[in-house]
Design a protein. Structure first.
Length: 256
């Protein structure tokens, strides 16, 4: 039986805070507190930058400071996630082929990271190299190598907090090949995320207490997933077509 889950969502991208209690759980069951630190759409911006603001935004140094102020609270069960689009065309990211980004991400101890279109921008072989290094725990269940049938990253991951288990499932934008030069995704199969979710979520349900999805799908697609799979507690979303100013609750699922 699933236990009630208290979620505290901390977005390091905008340094915003939202606390939400997911209900509709058995009243007598033990409450499990999980705090989600989530980021998305870094797009290779390693350093802080200015965008419609007189104050600098983003940057890994600023993100690390934010994480350091939160994680010392030992009564929280911390899980750190990124929806995807870590790499990008910013000079340090693109010309260093994601190496600097990967080293910085590994220092921040992420539990799981999705794959977005911009992650393929550095080149397929370079992305495969970054995945192979293991510094970034990429999770993606709907992108496979056509020749070998192997997943690009791991299809899922289970994060445990004592006896409580969170299943992480990654879903990448199937329109990625149309957004980049052909060589960036050549030889890769992008499967329908709806079919993949329908295959994987029932399997995860038997192994975990709740499911989180790391998604770079559109907002409409994320909402459809939430409706089709109410057992999913959180969808951590990324990409311009999924932008949200505040978390969106669809039935029992929180989209951030």
């Amino acid at each position: 039986m699933r236990r009630p889950l208290m979620l505290i969502l901390l977005s390091a991208g905008m340094l915003a805070l939202a606390a939400v209690l997911l209900s509709a759980m058995p009243a007598r069951a033990e409450l499990v507190n999980v705090t989600v630190l989530h980021t998305n759409d870094t797009r290779g911006r390693i350093q802080s930058y200015y965008y419609r603001s007189t104050k600098p935004l983003g940057g890994y140094a600023k993100r690390a400071m934010f994480f350091q102020t939160k994680r010392p609270h030992t009564k929280m069960n911390w899980i750190t996630l990124d929806a995807g689009n870590i790499f990008g065309y910013a000079p340090l990211s693109y010309y260093l082929q994601g190496e600097a980004d990967a080293q910085l991400m590994s220092m921040l101890d992420y539990d799981g990271c999705g794959l977005g279109p911009m992650d393929f921008a550095i080149g397929r072989s370079e992305l495969s190299a970054r995945i192979g290094e293991g510094g970034i725990p990429f999770i993606c269940a709907n992108v496979l190598d056509e020749a070998s049938g192997k997943y690009l990253g791991e299809p899922f991951k289970i994060v445990t907090f004592g006896k409580f288990r969170v299943g992480l499932l990654g879903l990448a934008d199937p329109a990625t090949p149309s957004k980049l030069p052909p060589d960036r995704t050549q030889g890769l199969e992008f499967r329908d995320p709806r079919m993949v979710a329908a295959e994987w979520i029932p399997q995860l349900k038997g192994q975990v207490d709740t499911v989180f999805i790391l998604s770079t799908l559109t907002l409409a697609e994320n909402i459809a997933l939430a409706v089709a799979h109410p057992e999913v507690s959180v969808i951590v979303s990324g990409g311009q077509m999924a932008e949200l100013q505040v978390p969106l609750k669809v039935a029992g699922t929180l989209i951030v």
